[in-house]
Design a protein around this ligand. Structure first.
Ligand SMILES: Nc1nc2c(ncn2[C@@H]2O[C@H](COP(=O)(O)OP(=O)(O)OP(=O)(O)O)[C@@H](O)[C@H]2O)c(=O)[nH]1
Ligand SMILES: [Mg+2]
Length: 250
């Protein structure tokens, strides 16, 4: 059996970002409508209904910040939330759900693909997979796409409260085995439940580590709000170099 390590085991409990403010920023139908590129962004992506919006709420501790629904395909725009005035969480529309005749066209949302490929301040993607299911072709295809386009991501297996721990582990092992051929070093793996809060601490620690790496790379520990001399465009230019290599899983 393919062996993998849950990243959770290596995260220091002290290394956790404290969320003091979480504010809805805007909704964007396409890349051009996204907000300025000044702040590092962490985006949630995955199949419709996998729990992206719910996980965003669980991380911020604000139950109704992002709107959730049992109906697949609920989030249709890219939703931006500014956290601690320093970074953003981005709730993306899911893939794999389409109504009517436009099924193929909507398999992957073009706006989301553009965002993932071309957003310079996208620091890390949380690629969400349902922990209760064996590997799904569309998820494998999507992870291959992320890899091919060099998008930095970690894997997050969701809704662990709904399945036995054995089932979760078996599904993760199968998934990792299917994707192992694309990597020299496998991507980091997390489990989470928006219901029980499992994984919250570990995912916040990853954000913390990524922000620290970004600040170290830009040669300053100073938070964004303490560098008002930079214009938005200057900060956006600096952000183009802000995808830290340490989070690239390949
Ligand atoms: N039991 C359980 N249910 C969850 C969990 N996360 C989400 N759900 C439920 O799953 C459904 C979908 O959750 P959303 O967060 O709206 O999923 P999404 O990925 O944002 O869906 P789209 O916006 O349609 O792509 C909702 O009914 C949630 O209550 C979880 O960790 N455990
Ligand atoms: Mg959603």
């Amino acid at each position: 059996m393919f062996r993998f390590n849950l990243f959770a085991a290596t995260v220091s409990p002290d290394c956790i970002v404290h969320i003091s403010s979480a504010i809805f920023n805007c909704s964007a139908p396409n890349l051009a409508a996204c907000p300025d590129e000044a702040l590092p962004e962490f985006a949630f992506i995955g199949r419709s209904n996998v729990g992206k919006s719910s996980l965003l709420n669980a991380l911020t501790g604000k139950e109704s910040l992002a709107r959730t629904s049992p109906t697949p395909g609920f989030t249709r725009l890219m939703n931006f939330f500014t956290i601690n005035r320093r970074w953003r969480l981005v709730d993306l529309p899911g893939y794999g759900f389409a109504q009517g005749a436009r099924k193929d066209a909507a398999r992957f949302n073009r706006a989301v693909a553009n965002y993932l490929r071309h957003r310079p301040n996208l620091s890390l993607v949380f690629a969400l997979i349902d922990s209760g299911l064996p590997p799904q072709e569309i998820d494998l295809e999507f992870i291959e796409w992320l890899t091919a386009h060099a998008v930095p991501f970690v894997l997050v297996f969701t809704k662990t409260d709904r399945v036995s721990a054995e089932n979760v582990q078996a599904n993760i092992a199968d998934f990792m085995e299917r994707i192992s051929k694309w990597f020299e070093k496998s991507p980091a793996v997390f489990t989470c439940s928006a219901k029980t809060g499992e994984g919250r601490r570990e995912l916040l620690a990853v954000i913390d580590e990524t922000l620290t790496a970004i600040e170290a790379e830009s040669g300053s520990d100073a938070p964004e709000e303490e560098t008002p001399a930079l214009t938005v465009n200057e900060r956006a230019r600096a952000n183009r170099k802000r995808r830290p290599d340490l989070n690239r899983p390949w």
